[in-house]
Design a protein around this ligand. Sequence first.
Ligand SMILES: *[C@@H]1O[C@H](CO)[C@@H](O)[C@H](O)[C@H]1NC(C)=O
Ligand SMILES: *[C@@H]1O[C@H](CO)[C@@H](O)[C@H](O)[C@H]1NC(C)=O
Ligand SMILES: *[C@@H]1O[C@H](CO)[C@@H](O)[C@H](O)[C@H]1NC(C)=O
Ligand SMILES: *[C@@H]1O[C@H](CO)[C@@H](O)[C@H](O)[C@H]1NC(C)=O
Ligand SMILES: *[C@@H]1O[C@H](CO)[C@@H](O)[C@H](O)[C@H]1NC(C)=O
Length: 246
Amino acid sequence: MTKYFSPLCILMIIWCIWAPISTASYDGTTYSSFASTECKRHPEEPLYDGGLLMDKETQYTWVNGSNLVLSPSFALQNLTKDTYYCFSAWVKTNDTSLTLIRASLTTEIETLNCTGTVLAQKGCWSFLKGGFMLNYTSNSPLLYFQNPQGKNINVQIANPALEPFSKEQWRLDQEYKINKGRKREVIIHVSNKNGLKLKGADVTVRQKSRDFPFGSAISASIIGNLPYQKWFTERFNAAVFENELK
Ligand SMILES: *[C@@H]1O[C@H](CO)[C@@H](O)[C@H](O)[C@H]1NC(C)=O
Ligand SMILES: *[C@@H]1O[C@H](CO)[C@@H](O)[C@H](O)[C@H]1NC(C)=O
Ligand SMILES: *[C@@H]1O[C@H](CO)[C@@H](O)[C@H](O)[C@H]1NC(C)=O
Ligand SMILES: *[C@@H]1O[C@H](CO)[C@@H](O)[C@H](O)[C@H]1NC(C)=O
Ligand SMILES: *[C@@H]1O[C@H](CO)[C@@H](O)[C@H](O)[C@H]1NC(C)=O
């Protein structure tokens, strides 16, 4: 029997088995994607058991942002370059209205003014999540929390966490999650038009489209601007309008 490989005659049945494939074990710390927009009666447990901030007491330091204000802060030690630092904390203020609280990091060299923000208020705890990376080593940086306008409010911090990830750990963690969450095992059955299985057929797989929305905000000027349209559609498959939707 001659094997006949015209694409028309080959029935391909593909199905997915809902089982993760080759989740090569990764035993480092896994990035926590936990987030909460709810203002809670009680702060929840710190991520990563607090990481570098485990058992660290909040200090109150006078810090000059736009005004000199007494700010809850953490004196850190020896932050290394090219490390992803992820931090989070539960925040409460004594202000009855929702107030913006910003986390900043001052090193020997610069101030990173915004490494995370949250709208916090009186009577309940809001979750702030942020992070930073330095391209130099800092021996004694200060992480602090204030209102950017220097509003005189009392800010309280509970259950903070700061967890470092080396670039390698970060990549391994990503790979692990991609393998676990985004890949599925596929079995391809190839048969001829009579339904006879063709053993050992060569199968070529080519991605023709993607299901994963990857987009950006666009401005209305894209309508009627061909180069902009071309540039955009070559890169993205999802969009939202900017000002037009405000
Ligand atoms: C704090 O910063 C503000 C604005 O930059 C400045 O006007 C003020 O003099 C500073 N206060 C102190 C004590 O450094
Ligand atoms: C931080 O680095 C300095 C200088 O390299 C060293 O003396 C100190 O012990 C380090 N501190 C910690 C907590 O690792
Ligand atoms: C942070 O804010 C201070 C004071 O407002 C400003 O001088 C500084 O340039 C800012 N730093 C960055 C990295 O934007
Ligand atoms: C760190 O990066 C900034 C800009 O991204 C650059 O201006 C600065 O020179 C770098 N510093 C070091 C120590 O590499
Ligand atoms: C909040 O605390 C600050 C600093 O302790 C105080 O000056 C302010 O009056 C307090 N605000 C309210 C609304 O209690």
